[in-house]
Every structure is written in structure tokens, then in C-alpha cells.
Design a protein around this ligand. Structure first.
Ligand code: PGA
Length: 228
């Protein structure tokens, strides 16, 4: 896969406020982001509209909008949950599901993650499914072949995520995990996440079997994110 077709996902997690959004874009644009890579920005829910406004105002056609999570339910009486229905009209195209922080802090199980994938696909949102190596097979088995054909898989070794320790694996270890996980998901596009920064991003992006990267800490500054 050519570098031009790769995906670079920003996961802001619970960082940034609405007043921080314009400065993030100022810094991003100043660093001349690539025009051919697909960037997917996943801000917290309350910032979606502000991020979408900046993308449109600045004509950033290579930048898409994503969610960090989604309710397994549709519209209705589900207090506190944000459904795919609620974000209609905001230009959202992707949604991260099953991130290790959701699994760890919010007790999300692989069954719940599968339900969220179903909800996302029913609303034509592309799920970016996060899995570690040891849960990948079971997670894949909870999806239908049709669902597996419509997702992006993010291989995220928990020990490599910066806030959980940030121990990066040698690239050979990563590539063997990628190869194994790809088989479980019938060859769905697979991206890598865990302590990706401007210094090491090419190591991942230049691999034919890795279709992109999912970035936490290094996505919080627009300039740093553009240098990936
Ligand atoms: P990190 O986070 O880039 O800060 O390691 C990645 C993630 O949590 O998805």
C-alpha cells in the first residue's frame, strides 16, 4: 500500500476544550499536513461541531471526522449515551470502538463492542475496532463476515499505549501480530496504535501490511500531528 493511501487517526481522548480547537488547526495547517493521506480526527463529543467547522472553513479535504465511542443503542431513552442518530448532520464518517481504555475503565466487553459495531454500521459509520493480540480472535468471532468486511482494525498492544507504559515492541513483533490478527479479520485494513510519534511513525507507515496509525498523545498538538 502506498504512503499516500494511509490513514492517520487522532484520538484526543478527554483532552481539549472548544476554545482550544482553532489553535490546534492553526498549528496543523502551519506544518503543511500531507494532502494525500487520510486524516481522521476523533475529538470528544462536545467538540465535534467546532472541529467540523474548522475542517470546512480551511478546505481540508483530506481530513475526516470520527467519534471515540458510540452507544450500542439507537435514539431513545438511554440517558447519557450518544447514539449514531445524535451525530447525524455533523459530518461524522468513522467511530473508534473497543479502545482499551473503554474496556479497562468502562468495563466494555467484546460482546458490547460487537453490539456497538452493529450500531455503527447500521448508520453507515465505519468502525475502527481496537484490539490487542490476545483478544483479537474472540472479538473477530463475534462479528459476521459482512461486518468484518466493513471495518478498519486497529492493533493496539496495551503495553505500548503511552499512558499505560509506552513500551514499544520491536517492529518484527508488531509485524507478526499484524499478520496473525489480519487472518482473524479476513484481511480487513489494519492500522497500528501505541506511542506513535513523529520520530517513529514512518517505521509503521512504510510497512505494506500496516495501513495507517492511530495516535493519542502525539495528536494533541496540531503541529506535531501534521509531522507524523
Ligand atoms: P498513544 O495512544 O499514542 O498516546 O500511545 C494511543 C491510543 O491510546 O490509541
Amino acid at each position: 500500500m502506498q504512503l499516500e493511501q494511509k490513514i492517520i487517526v487522532a484520538n484526543w481522548k478527554s483532552n481539549h476544550r472548544i476554545q482550544d480547537v482553532p489553535a490546534w488547526f492553526d498549528a496543523f495547517v502551519e506544518q503543511d499536513p500531507k494532502t494525500t493521506v487520510e486524516y481522521i480526527l476523533c475529538p470528544p463529543f462536545p467538540l465535534l461541531s467546532a472541529v467540523q467547522t474548522e475542517i470546512a472553513k480551511r478546505g481540508l479535504t483530506q481530513v475526516s471526522l470520527g467519534l471515540q465511542d458510540i452507544s450500542a443503542f439507537g435514539a431513545g431513552a438511554y440517558t447519557g449515551a450518544t447514539s449514531a442518530f445524535n451525530v447525524q448532520g455533523l459530518g461524522v464518517t468513522h467511530v473508534i470502538v473497543g479502545h482499551s481504555e473503554r474496556r479497562r475503565y468502562f468495563d466494555e466487553t467484546s460482546v458490547m463492542v460487537a453490539q456497538k459495531i452493529e450500531a455503527a454500521l447500521a448508520s453507515d459509520l465505519i468502525p475502527i475496532l481496537c484490539v490487542d493480540r490476545d483478544e483479537a480472535e474472540k472479538q473477530a468471532e463475534l462479528l459476521t463476515a459482512q461486518q468484518r468486511a466493513r471495518i478498519i482494525v486497529a492493533y493496539e498492544p496495551v503495553h505500548a499505549i503511552s499512558t499505560f507504559g509506552g513500551h514499544e515492541d520491536p517492529i518484527e513483533t508488531t509485524l507478526s501480530a499484524v499478520e496473525q490478527i489480519s487472518v482473524f479479520f479476513d484481511g480487513a485494513p489494519l492500522i497500528y496504535g501505541g506511542s506513535v510519534d513523529p520520530e517513529n511513525s514512518l517505521t509503521y507507515l512504510q510497512q505494506a501490511t500496516i495501513h495507517g496509525v492511530l495516535v493519542g498523545s502525539s495528536s494533541l498538538d496540531g503541529g506535531k500531528f501534521a509531522r507524523l
